[in-house]
Design a protein around this ligand. Structure first.
Ligand SMILES: [Zn+2]
Length: 510
């Protein structure tokens, strides 16, 4: 960070994002995401909450070990045990950071912490000093800052700075603030606190009112130089400020917002796909920057304008965010070389083995479907990647459906390396398929959502199925696609089940 207009992008997809109900990520998925975030030029990666579970600890440690340029950060409550655990996880990073926090609002102190103001103030100084003894880079957050009494907030921040904090983050934990108010808060704090120019100020805004990005930008205009955000705006409840929106706002509106992030924006689309695939959360079609329709023009007037000059209705180019301009259609005669180039243009760099597997799947698909579009390839590769290393995997399915019951499913799964086959009946073919899976892998999860979309147009289109399972207070999303709706359903259910099981084990360990 050289210039005063440089913005530090702090990604918390793997910490705050993973806290959203149903969005669990496996160890390998976190490593892959960490690698992509670093390649994009994200400056700080909050990789997890090391004291929360052994799994979180291991993921943060491994991401720290693999990091080259990015700062790797772990979250810690203000207790000595949390901070030690966090330091042990991030210490392998070239640039380690501890992010410690405590609630400072009256409602949080009274009901959540059951601590008085003096005890909280004392904890701030003690926790930051401890963290600073372990690593040189310490971030401190007053949780629920926007509902904290101003004088007390100043005292706490002052204590954090005096004890060695290098970044002060101001969370709008409940997503209640609006841009003018949030900007004023950052400005007033910077004016009121004596050593405010010795630290970097940071925004952390939640999206409960849809204002997370607007609030973050107001914070930057008021002097903040770090923005905490997540890919696709993932996060608790309505989520966090979306990284892609913050980055592109600064990119497109350099005139009015003269700040730069240095992020390689051509990877935004890939990052969005990856996070959607990993979590099973679909991206809303009209989502800014990365939604399927973000660059689609449908009305005749718009299309006509676009053909004459793209600038008539386009404020940024699809290529700027990694969406390829020409949708070159692939078919059964497309060769391996063209296939690999195509995947690369879509942001996928597969190793030889994965590429061979994807090519085989592509040929199978091209046999069933005349035109294979970009969206088909994305669905195909995402499907393949999400099945890697999972405990339960799909092998084959035969279903009897139609008006002459009973509807039955004959399914073959591989569970922990062992091939198992069962036949089950159901109230319709989907029910039969799910009953069969449950017979092989008994579990307490209940089907909470079942959704089918067509990946592209046409009756030969692939079906994309989303499944959400719910059990014992945990949720898991699964997604899959296939030209056969029932095969896609089975695979989506298995994807969700793998995540539900992983999340259950994680909770047992914690
Ligand atoms: Zn948060």
């Amino acid at each position: 960070m050289s210039d005063n207009s440089d913005i530090i992008i702090f990604d918390t997809t793997m910490r705050d994002g993973e806290q959203s109900p149903g969005a669990s990520m496996t160890h390998n998925e976190k490593l892959a995401l960490g690698e992509l975030l670093e390649a994009m030029g994200v400056h700080v990666i909050e990789a997890g909450f090391p004291a929360a579970s052994q799994g979180d600890f291991e993921a943060v440690s491994e991401i720290a070990r693999r990091s080259k340029t990015a700062t790797i950060c772990g979250l810690a409550r203000s207790t000595p045990g949390d901070i030690e655990r966090c330091a042990a996880a991030v210490r392998h990073a070239a640039k380690p950071r501890i992010h410690t926090f405590i609630s400072t609002s009256p409602v949080h102190m009274k009901h959540k912490l059951k601590m008085g103001a003096n005890a909280v103030l004392e904890a701030v100084g003690r926790s930051v000093a401890q963290a600073r003894n372990l690593v040189p880079d310490v971030e401190w957050s007053p949780e629920d800052a926007t509902r904290t009494e101003f004088d007390f907030l100043c005292k706490c921040i002052d204590a954090a700075i005096t004890s060695g904090a290098t970044t002060i983050n101001i969370p709008d934990t409940v997503g209640y603030s609006h841009p003018e108010e949030y900007g004023n808060l950052i400005r007033s704090l910077r004016e009121a606190i004596p050593d405010s120019d010795k630290v970097i100020w940071s925004t952390h805004c939640h999206n409960d009112l849809g204002l997370a990005v607007a609030n973050s930008i107001a914070g930057v205009q008021a002097g903040a130089r770090q923005v905490e955000c997540t890919i696709n705006g993932l996060g608790e409840r309505a989520g966090n400020a979306a990284l892609e929106e913050v980055v592109m706002a600064f990119n497109v509106r350099r005139d009015g917002l003269p700040f730069q992030t240095g992020i390689d924006t051509t990877r935004l689309s890939t990052a969005s796909h990856m996070v959607s695939r990993i979590t099973g959360f679909p991206v809303q079609f009209n989502k800014a920057i990365v939604g399927k329709n973000a660059f689609a023009h449908e009305s005749g007037i718009h299309q006509d304008g676009m053909l004459k000059n793209a600038e008539t209705y386009e404020i940024m180019k699809p290529e700027d965010v990694g969406v390829s301009k020409t949708s070159l259609v692939m078919g059964k005669h497309s060769g391996r070389h063209a296939f690999r180039d195509k995947l690369e243009s879509l942001g996928y760099e597969l190793d030889q083995e994965a590429l061979n597997e994807a090519f085989k799947r592509f040929k199978d698909l091209a046999d069933k479907k005349k035109h294979v579009f970009d969206d088909d390839l994305i669905a195909l590769v995402d499907d393949q990647l999400s099945a890697v290393g999972e405990r339960i995997s799909f092998e084959s399915l035969r279903v009897v459906a139609g008006s002459q019951g009973p509807q039955t499913a004959d399914i073959v799964l591989v569970v922990d390396g062992e091939r198992q086959e069962v036949v089950r009946e159901g109230n319709g073919p989907v029910d039969a398929v799910f009953n069969a899976i449950k017979a092989i892998v008994p579990h307490g999860g209940k089907l909470d959502l079942f959704q089918v979309h067509a990946v592209t147009g046409g009756t030969d289109a692939q079906a994309e199925v989303s499944v959400r399972l719910k059990g014992e207070g945990i949720m898991a999303m699964g997604r899959s696609s296939d030209p056969d709706t029932l095969v896609a359903s089975a695979k989506a259910y298995i994807h969700a089940l793998n995540k539900l099981e992983a999340r259950r084990l994680k909770r047992m360990a914690a």
